[in-house]
Design a protein around this ligand. Structure first.
Ligand SMILES: [Cu+2]
Length: 122
């Protein structure tokens, strides 16, 4: 079980080597606990990202944790900087931002309900 999980993460990292994203499930506590994130954003059961907008500097690691009991995604509006695929309830998605700019994103499942967010990297 443990080995399979690490293989999965390694495959994801290899797939998206330049974007430094990982995701996985938590093992007790909040999903982002132990990820070394600089900022944590909740993807909640009210179909919102909280906080909806964050301001960071380059090199910061952001962890989105799904606090709902159903899937969310963290998906860039344009490009593939954020491309989590389905993040299950209780799981997380991590991304370290290397470049300055603004990354608008949404949950692909709940975008029509207004589940959108923004990362401003200075
Ligand atoms: Cu969602």
């Amino acid at each position: 079980m443990r080995i399979l999980k690490f293989v999965g993460v390694a495959a994801v990292v290899a797939f998206a080597a330049c974007s430094k994203s990982i995701y996985g499930g938590g093992g007790g506590g909040a999903p982002c606990d132990g990820q070394g994130a600089d900022v944590v954003v909740n993807a909640n059961a009210s179909l919102r990202f909280s906080p909806e907008s964050i301001l960071i500097t380059t090199g910061k690691k952001v962890c989105w944790q799904n606090t709902a009991s159903f899937n969310h995604t963290v998906t860039s509006d344009t490009g593939t900087v954020l491309n989590s695929g389905n993040v299950a309830g209780g799981a997380f998605y991590v991304h370290t931002f290397a470049a300055t700019g603004t990354v608008a994103y949404h949950c692909a499942i709940h975008q029509s309900s207004g589940m959108v967010g923004k990362v401003v990297i200075q």
